[in-house]
Design a protein around this ligand. Structure first.
Ligand code: NAD
Ligand code: ZN
Length: 354
């Protein structure tokens, strides 16, 4: 799949396209960034398909959102320097959204930028995080606070990588797929809506449609001045809930789980601010609660959530801006909502998830 921004390549059985990339570029050194799970489940297949990569240097981080930090980025810059990475080196990010976001950031800043590719190994990273050139790290309590728009040379997808994911991680990716339907494609939404149950195998058939939607939206607006903001549906409230959970919970919510709550709350805002129909709001709440069993932050957490929302990157002139939907498949951006309206939406989500 080619786009003005970066190609997305679905790998053939022999990983031939990736072998070609390595042959066409004379990289002096190749580094592969992994976490312990992509190390265990994904490196063996990659090395089997491309035996030359056995000479690559493997950089391993600990898994989890709490490691998408500047401190870990710094450790990686030190490792790259110690192991002789130059401007002619390549970084391969083999992992989920954390590895892709962090590795893309590390590569983009190291010596003012070296080549990097993503090989996303979670569903969420295949349909969303690896695409579109947003890279970065969290800072303090704020998600993706430090980062840049920086394009990978290519994104290589092998849907079989996701077969070893825990179901909670599969569903986390499913949340972003639902979002793609909600903001851009009612037919796609209807197909996802019809799924009684989801697992990695069932969802692998839908990966390419999500990739198409995300790449189309991003290609028209790389720097997120306009329509790219629609991809943030569910994320203003969702990111606040994710940050809250990372701070307060022993077992924090995953990104897609937090976003699924955010989508229910923001669908409620969409009804009040953009005339989303009651029927569609109910349908959205129904499908999300069918697939996600999540405990929401307590009611008295709202003030902290609202404070976190004040830092959302879409805000302008002190106002909290939302990307909402007018109807399923039609996005509306730059909708300003007041504190009371957002609180009502949060309470609605709490009543729906119970
Ligand atoms: N840059 C963007 O445009 C963008 C878009 C959406 C999300 N994101 C970011 O993506 C991150 C979430 O991504 P994620 O859900 O992939 O999280 P993740 O990277 O933490 O991966 C989830 C879990 O799956 C494990 N894992 C990875 N591959 C595996 C495999 N093949 N088999 C078994 N386990 C495997 C990981 O080790 C981790 O424990 C968040 O940081 C979010 O902010 C970025
Ligand atoms: Zn997301």
């Amino acid at each position: 799949m080619s786009s003005q921004l970066h190609p997305v390549t679905f790998l053939s059985a022999d990983f031939g396209q990736l072998i070609n990339l390595l042959q066409d570029n004379s990289y002096d050194k190749i580094f592969i960034l992994v976490d312990e799970n992509s190390m265990q489940h994904c490196i063996p297949l990659l090395m089997t398909k491309i035996s030359d990569l056995r000479h690559a240097e493997v950089l391993e981080i600990e898994s989890g959102e709490e490691n998408k930090t500047l401190e870990i980025a710094e450790q990686l810059w030190i490792s790259l320097a110690e192991q002789g990475a130059t401007r002619k080196s390549l970084l391969i990010n083999l992992g989920g959204g954390v590895v892709c976001d962090l590795g893309g950031f590390v590569a983009s800043v190291y010596k003012r930028g070296i080549d990097f590719i993503h090989i996303p190994t979670t569903l969420l990273a295949q349909v969303d995080a690896s695409l579109g050139g947003k890279v970065g790290v969290d800072h303090g309590v704020l998600k993706n606070q430090l980062g840049l728009f920086s394009l990978p040379n290519n994104v290589y997808i092998d849907p079989s990588f996701v077969n070893t994911l825990y179901i909670r991680h599969v569903k986390s990716g499913f949340a972003e797929m639902l979002k793609h339907g909600l903001i851009a494609d009612k037919k796609y939404w209807s197909k996802l809506f019809a799924l009684e149950d989801v697992n990695a195998k069932i969802l692998s058939d839908f990966v390419s449609r999500s990739v198409e939607i995300k790449m189309k939206v991003v290609s028209g607006d790389f720097k997120e001045k306009d329509i790219r903001k629609s991809l943030n549906f569910g994320h203003t409230i969702g990111h606040a809930i994710e940050s809250y959970s990372l701070q307060h919970d022993t077992l924090p919510l995953f990104h897609g789980e937090a976003i699924s709550i955010g989508m229910v709350a923001e669908a409620f805002l969409s009804k009040n601010k953009c005339d989303l129909s009651e029927t569609e709001l109910t349908q959205i709440s129904e499908v999300i609660t069918r697939h996600f069993e999540i405990e929401l932050p307590p009611a008295d957490a709202f003030e902290e959530l609202w404070q976190l929302m004040q830092h959302d990157k879409k805000n302008e002139r002190g106002k909290v801006n939302f990307a909402l939907i007018r109807s399923i498949g039609k996005a509306e951006i730059d909708v300003n909502c007041e504190r009371e309206e957002v609180m009502e939406a949060f309470n609605y989500a709490k009543s729906v998830f119970k």
